[in-house]
Ligand binder design. Structure first.
Ligand code: ITT
Length: 178
C-alpha cells in the first residue's frame, strides 16, 4: 500500500483508479513558495517521509495560462481558493490567446530511499464560461478538444490528464523494479 498525502478527494480518486493500492492520508504538508512544482514536491516529500512509515507519494499540480505568463502556476491553489474560476475568467476577459497547460509533479519515496519525481502535462484552452459538473478545481474552465474536463468522466480524464500521465509513469517505474 502507498500512502498518498493529499487533502484533495478528487486527486485521490484519480490516483486510486490508476494505482489501486493507495490510501489517502489527509495530514497536510508545507507547500513552500517556490518557482516550480518540483521544488514544492521535493520539500514536501522530505516532510512526509519524516512522518509516515511506508511508501509515500504526494502530487503538486498547477494551471499555467500562456497569455498570463504562466499565472496562476505554483499559486493555483491560493488563486482558486480566493477568486476561483470566475476570477480567472474575469482576468481573461477580452483575451484572444486562451492557451493553458496543466502540470503535475508526483513525488514518491520509501523510507530510507531517495525520492523520485514524475511529470505530466495536459495542454488545453480556457473557456469563456464554466461548463460541466465533473472533476474539481479548474476543470469547468479548462477545455480539451471541445469539451471541458468537468464534462468528462473520471475515466476519460484519466486517459489524458497531467496527473494520470505522471501517475502512470510512477506505476511503470514501480513495476519495472519488481
Ligand atoms: P493537496 O492536498 O494534494 O495539495 P490541493 O487541492 O491543494 O491538494 P494542488 O496544490 O496540487 O492541490 O492544486 C493546486 C490547485 O489546482 C488546486 O486549487 C486544485 O483544485 C487545482 N487543480 C489541481 N489539479 C487539478 C485538476 O486536475 N483539475 C482542475 N484543477 C486542478
Amino acid at each position: 500500500m502507498i500512502y498518498f498525502v493529499t487533502g484533495n478527494k478528487g486527486k485521490f480518486a484519480e490516483a486510486q483508479a490508476i494505482l489501486g493500492e493507495v490510501v489517502q492520508k489527509n495530514i497536510g504538508y508545507t507547500e513552500i513558495q517556490a518557482d516550480g512544482l518540483e521544488e514544492v514536491a521535493i520539500f514536501g516529500m522530505k516532510e512526509v517521509l519524516e512522518r509516515l512509515d511506508g511508501p509515500v507519494m504526494i502530487e503538486d499540480a498547477g494551471m499555467f495560462i500562456e497569455g498570463l505568463n504562466g499565472f496562476p502556476g505554483v499559486y493555483s491553489a491560493y488563486v482558486f481558493d480566493t477568486v476561483g474560476n470566475e476570477g480567472i475568467l474575469r482576468l481573461m476577459d477580452g483575451m484572444e490567446d486562451r492557451k493553458a497547460v496543466f502540470r503535475s509533479v508526483v513525488g514518491y519515496a520509501e523510507p530510507g530511499s531517495d525520492p523520485v519525481l514524475f511529470n505530466g502535462a495536459l495542454r488545453g484552452e480556457i473557456t469563456q464560461e464554466p461548463r460541466g459538473t465533473g472533476g474539481f478545481g479548474y476543470d469547468p474552465i479548462f477545455e480539451v478538444r471541445g469539451r471541458t474536463i468537468a464534462e468528462m468522466s473520471l475515466e476519460e480524464k484519466n486517459e489524458i490528464s497531467h496527473r494520470a500521465v505522471a501517475i502512470r509513469a510512477l506505476k511503470e517505474w514501480l513495476a519495472s523494479r519488481r
